[in-house]
Design a protein around this ligand. Structure first.
Ligand code: PAF
Length: 279
């Protein structure tokens, strides 16, 4: 069936079914196999699947890639059609944000550390748009990728702190056969940049094969260093998946090894979920 394309709030209200479990997959478009896996997770859980496509200006810093972020609506619609999506919500910026808007969501301290330290204000922008999408679509379930692990943790935090009646599902990162995590930004990579970028997934694999916190970080760091000066590492951290606070040798339980690095003009992030000192 052809997805309903809802370009405005009014279209969305008309398209929303009252009698079905509704799942939302929020995206910024440039859909790839990773998004397809989120859509499939949503389909398993819901009678109506809504995919939002909105490049959210609030989450881009002044020197970031908002204007050149890939906008590929026709291809995205084909992906949604192939995946049996029911509704594609693609509002205009003016429809989402009035020029006199005042109030936004603060991601708090957690929004200022790790990825938030590198991108001030980014997570406030993400949470603001996600809360608006939740209010507009009113989903029962929303699906996000674990590739953006800090974003996922913050969305879970927002849902808990603001008592939102929505189940948040985290879906595993989808990778190319050589390990590169799928990302809409991969299309910016030259062949050489792409080769250099493979150091991220190599570092995470090396870290995941080690045991203690310091060995994990050392093994991952060695792989990043081996990539040479063409890889500019922003951070490599081992953190608690719920708080994103750094963990130490005594930590027992789940942890995330997260990395951000630049190659050429492209900044990439990646992570792996681990268990430290299991029982
Ligand atoms: O992960 C993304 O694509 C975006 O941050 C999101 C959740 C769609 C909000 O704009």
């Amino acid at each position: 069936m052809e997805p309903i394309v809802a370009r405005s709030r009014g279209d969305l209200v008309k398209a929303r079914r009252g009698d079905a479990v509704v799942a939302l997959v929020p995206t910024m478009g440039a859909l790839h196999e990773g998004h397809r896996s989120l859509i499939r997770e949503a389909r398993v859980r819901a009678g109506q699947v809504v995919v939002s496509i909105f490049v959210n200006p609030l989450q881009f810093g002044p020197s970031e890639d908002f204007s050149r972020y890939p906008r590929t609506f026709d291809d995205d619609l084909n992906v949604c059609r192939a995946e049996g999506v029911d509704v594609v919500f693609c509002p205009a910026v003016e429809d989402m944000y009035s020029p006199d808007r005042q109030v936004s969501v603060s991601a708090g301290h957690m929004g200022t550390i790790v990825e938030g330290a590198a991108r001030p204000g980014h997570f406030d922008g993400v949470l603001t748009v996600v809360l608006k999408l939740f209010n507009l679509v009113r989903p029962d379930v929303a699906v996000f990728g674990q590739k953006d692990a800090q974003q996922l943790a913050l969305i879970r935090r927002m849902v808990a702190d603001l008592d939102l009646p929505i189940e948040i599902v985290g879906a595993p990162t989808v990778r190319e056969p050589d390990g590169l995590a799928l990302s809409s930004r991969n299309r910016y990579l030259s062949a050489d940049d792409r080769r250099v970028a493979l150091a991220l997934s190599r570092a995470l694999r090396a870290g995941a094969a080690a045991f203690t916190a310091s060995e994990i970080l050392a093994a991952a760091r060695a792989e990043l260093d081996a990539a040479g000066p063409r890889l500019g590492v922003d951070y490599l951290v081992l953190v608690d998946p719920e708080t994103f606070a750094e963990v130490n040798e005594s930590h027992a339980g789940p942890a995330v090894l997260a990395v951000a690095a630049r190659t050429g003009a492209t900044r990439l992030i990646d992570n792996v979920f681990l268990t430290l000192n299991p029982g």
